[in-house]
Design a protein around this ligand. Sequence first.
Ligand SMILES: *Cc1c(COP(=O)(O)O)cnc(C)c1O
Length: 436
Amino acid sequence: MSSSLSDRDQQVIWHPYTQHKNMLPPIPITKGEGTLLFDENNNSYIDAISSWWVNVHGHAHPYIAQKIYEQAKKLEHVIFTGFTHEPAVSLAERLLKILPGNFSRIFYSDNGSTAVEVAIKMAIQFWSQQADAGDQKSANDNHHVKYRHRILAFRNSYHGDTFGAMSVSERGVFTLPFHDHLFEVIFIDTPTKANFGHIKSVIDLYANEIACFIYEPLLQAAGGMLMHEAEMLDELLTEIKSKNIICIADEVMTGFYRTGKFFASEYLQNKADIICLSKGLTGGTMALGVTAASQKIFDAFLSDDRTKTFFHGHSFTANPIACASALASLDLIEKEDCVLRINNMVKKNKEFIAGFAIHHSPSNIKNHRQLGTIIAFEIISGNDSYLNNISATITKQAMQNGIYIRPLGNTVYIMPPYCITDEQLNKLYDFLMAIG
Ligand SMILES: *Cc1c(COP(=O)(O)O)cnc(C)c1O
């Protein structure tokens, strides 16, 4: 008898974020449709976390699939230096119209971490080229020109798993073995009325040395679905912008309506100079990253001196099939019923979280919160840590109920695709309500 897919997997696969010793056998998924994932025995599970926050319109969406098929038959890929193609240009044009802020150029890569790497490299090189231009004499005198080189980031942040992205992320369990190899970053807390003065003094201290500030607007997702006030972030951005620091909004997760608006930056008056997108960009079907830059950033790289080129690119830069799937996803988002469904989910989430407070206080639940399409709370059990074992227990209970969720330690959350039906959403609420 041939062995099962799960057995074969366990012979050859190394899974992400998975401790393989004593791991539960992975569940083969054979099919996806709408919010549902189907296993080999045709059990279905509501994908309540949008498959790690990427899915937007549901699984195996026929319209996106069709567009991918059409593009694959026409042009599957081409080198993106010296050449261009319709899906890349059309997607850039459409993104520039909807992005929150004055962006004028789209740089493509293939995931969230690389979108962040690109942003950081743009910001650092921007200042290095300013130093060359403005300070030619001292550039000749000193081999090492002092230019803005420091980076500012939030505590509890998560910007990806490559080295630059890890460097600007919280030093924690994900990054522990690499601390000696990560570059130095100035970390500040997310702003509140109470800590604002202190944060300001830190920024003042280094103001002229800080090249850029990278932030996840309103929601630190991997950090534990931590939410902060738009108003306070806006005050902080005003402060930071007054120091001429380049602002990088990492909207890899918050983009495409997760927070109830197209982009979380729409809750803010202050807009970024660089913005990073991925995850929901293709509706969750293909790997694609975008780093959008303002004219000011782009202009700093224009030069007769070829060393000022942005020497960065990936083999699959602007992959046409990925761009086509992003265009298809945008088509679906721009249909009226999509935003209506999002608004409906946001409204229902608000009602649920209000009722949840009454049902669960006092209890073993704390910090229940909601932002747009996302609901989160902590279970009071052991410590507040990603390694809390309660996560596996909750996932198992959920699966038995036909729901897939994957708590971040003791932080339980849902973030469903927007095609979720009221009935499915109520099923998620009932499950959450029964916890505790
Ligand atoms: C997921 C995530 C990333 C990394 O994206 P990958 O595609 O997983 O590399 C970066 N920033 C934020 C805010 C994220 O949530």
